[in-house]
Ligand binder design. Structure first.
Ligand code: SF4
Ligand code: MSK
Length: 638
């Protein structure tokens, strides 16, 4: 029987067929086996908050309209959503805490192998935080910066320091709605407390509580993660690299890093480059050591070092199914438990490293920042010594890679758009004002198995750039579009509208900019701050001609990101709807009611082309409100 098309990426589609030919059960098969999925769960109407339940509300027939305790569909749907926001915000924020901790140890000389490589960023942060720099060693400055930002997690009162970076208009919205985050952890705990039985039963109040926790992620946990990763590992700079399963090498040791935190992946790259390790690889019959990334830990080392990417979320099992992977090293988030099962069919070792994330069947080599480089060496050695166990009979080398440019940041886009002597967002704002660029869209988020892998990301982004919308990306969405060739300067001539093409050509950038990992969505917030500061296209973020989207989202982190992006005034379209459709009130509050509260709303649209046009219409309305000129090449673009 012919294989169903599961992926828009031909390399992945071929590998799915290879995996099936090998008799492997992978994510698409498990999805099929799970059908039909529970409609109550999909509508957000199943409650398991207390032990009198589970309760489920019947939205259509004569069944119960409240839970046993009397909770309505509105309460249950909102409570479920808030729990998801809290989980997503906690994941990002715990990541941010780990980076701050690694910086603190490094500053104190206790983080073996790390160096403070981002001096410019450190000095800028020191200035912002009021840390004295004159006559002080870089380690002293870094220690104080890390201590101040670590204290943001446990802060009980006041307002988050980085939230002060937002334009006054946004801060006014937050203060008036009572959702200005005080401390990163505090807001997550409070959001969860609200969802306990018999606490917050007003859907509006619940959702605002969720937004407060999410804002603590975007302007707190995630922003700390991004800023301090830049301090510790250096600020990214545009870099060319290769992407897709074809980066796995036939004659080298393939060590795949998967997860999210750069503290480990950076050290693995370092260890793999050491001459003794390369020598060991040769002694074991390999030509060298090939590190490749999956998901965001890959994005981190791609952005800073141009390390190749093997793929995104739905490609993790496919990478193992090549038979080429000596070790897949995982830390936290988005790692399928099924990996160990697929790996057991090959010589591949799954190496878990986080005390927070253990996997039955994996080899656990626990990571500690204090011994980071030694542990990374042990992991690389384990992979290298596994090379002779590779079974050529089981190897299917995937063909196909794509070139991309990654490594854009709020600061260096700034540099690129402004030119060396005009470091300013003026050229971007001017291009928007003049109607060369319609606006800017952030297209981010995961893969989701019910959607043909990567298809929605690629279709949406092509439609946006065709209509002169500059696209910024992070996470698995960036990986999807990179594999389709959209993250290289040449893509402007192939796919972009004429106005965007002119700007890309003048500045030398692709029409789609890779800004990094999931936590680096904070770079998108800061780019919006800079656009407001530069002037002429809105007094606060909610007035800018910008929009956000996550067409293939699936994780709780994506829900937290969507929440803080909407909460920060950016209209956002998700592909499949949030699980709130069982409550018309909650759905309408998210899609309309939030406009008055934070200046932006959500929309849900599964068709990526329709979704792109919803974003374009939104951007057009913002342009009209700002009385900007008509688009220069509107006729051609449309
Ligand atoms: Fe049922 Fe209420 Fe308990 Fe939820 S909190 S499980 S609706 S009794
Ligand atoms: S990895 S959260 S699948 S983007 Fe950041 Fe990708 Fe989504 Fe995980």
């Amino acid at each position: 029987m012919a294989e169903r098309i599961r992926s828009a990426d031909p390399v992945s589609q071929r590998q799915i067929e290879v995996a099936h030919a090998k008799g492997l059960q992978i994510v698409w098969d498990r999805y099929d086996a799970m059908q039909p999925q529970c409609g109550f769960g999909q509508l957000g109407l199943c409650c398991k908050v207390c032990n009198m339940g589970p309760c489920r509300i019947d939205p259509f027939g004569d069944g119960p309209k409240t839970g046993i305790c009397g909770a309505t569909a509105d309460t249950i749907a909102a409570r479920n959503l808030v729990q998801k926001i809290a989980v997503g915000a906690s994941a990002h924020s715990d990541h941010g805490r780990d980076i701050a901790h690694a910086l603190l140890l490094t500053a104190r000389g206790e983080g073996k192998g790390y160096q403070i490589l981002g001096r410019r960023k450190l000095n800028a942060l020191a200035q912002e935080l009021g840390v004295e720099t004159d006559g002080r060693r870089i380690e002293e400055i870094a220690e104080e910066v890390a201590e101040i930002l670590l204290a943001e997690f446990g802060k009980q009162e006041g307002e988050l320091i980085f939230a002060q970076r937002a334009p006054e208009g946004q801060k006014k919205y937050w203060r008036e709605a009572g959702i200005m985050p005080r401390g990163i952890d505090r807001e997550i705990v409070e959001a969860l407390h609200r969802t306990h039985i018999g606490v917050d039963n007003d859907y509006r109040s619940l959702i605002l509580g969720g937004l407060k926790a999410a804002l603590g992620d975007g302007w707190g946990g995630s922003m700390v993660a991004t800023e301090l990763s830049d301090v510790l590992f250096g600020e990214p700079w545009p870099v060319r690299a290769k992407i897709n399963l074809g980066v796995l090498s036939e004659d080298e040791v393939n060590l795949v890093v998967h997860g999210h935190e750069p503290t480990l992946s950076e050290m693995i790259v370092k260890a793999a480059q050491e001459p003794e390790m390369v020598k060991l690889a040769k002694e074991n019959g390999a030509k060298g050591i090939n590190i490749a990334g999956i998901c965001c830990t890959g994005n981190e080392i791609l952005m800073r070092q141009g390390i190749p990417m093997a793929g995104n979320f739905l490609q993790q099992e496919l990478a193992v199914s090549t038979g080429l992977v000596e070790a897949i090293v995982v830390d936290v988030q988005c790692i399928m438990p099924a990996l160990t099962d697929v790996a057991s069919r090959f010589h591949t070792k799954v190496i878990s490293t986080s005390p927070k994330a253990k996997f039955p069947g994996a080899t656990h080599i626990e990571f500690r920042e204090e011994d980071a480089l030694d542990i990374a060496r042990e992991i690389v050695r384990t992979a290298v010594e596994n090379f002779p166990n590779r079974d050529p009979e089981k190897v299917n080398k995937p063909e196909g890679t794509m070139d991309l440019v990654a490594g854009f940041t709020m600061e260096n886009v700034f540099h690129h758009l402004g030119g060396r002597f005009r470091a300013t967002y003026r050229p971007l704002n001017d291009a928007i004002i003049a109607g060369r660029i319609r606006g800017v869209a952030g297209v981010v988020g995961c893969n989701e198995v019910s959607i043909v892998h990567d298809s929605a990301h690629i279709a949406m982004v092509k439609e946006l750039i065709k209509h002169d919308v500059l696209v910024v990306q992070t996470g698995c969405s960036a990986i999807a579009c990179a594999k389709a060739g959209l993250l290289q300067p040449e893509a402007a001539f192939k796919y972009a509208g004429k106005g965007l093409q002119e700007v890309c050509e003048a500045v030398g950038i692709p029409p789609v900019l890779h800004l990094g990992s999931c936590v680096d969505n904070s770079r998108i917030l800061m780019a919006c701050v800079e656009m407001v500061k530069e002037g002429g296209i809105g007094e606060d973020i909610s007035e800018l001609p910008v929009a956000g989207a996550a067409p293939e989202w699936m994780s709780d982190k994506a829900i937290s990101i969507g929440s803080y992006v909407v909460g920060s005034g950016i209209f956002t379209v998700f592909g499949r709807p949030l699980r709130v459709k069982g409550s018309r009130a909650v759905d309408e509050f998210l899609r309309k009611g939030l406009e008055d509260v934070v200046g932006a709303t959500w929309e849900f649209e599964e068709d990526p082309i329709k979704a792109a046009h919803i974003m374009i219409e939104h951007i057009n309305r913002k342009r009209e409100a700002l009385k900007l000129r008509p688009m220069m090449y509107a006729a051609e673009a449309a």
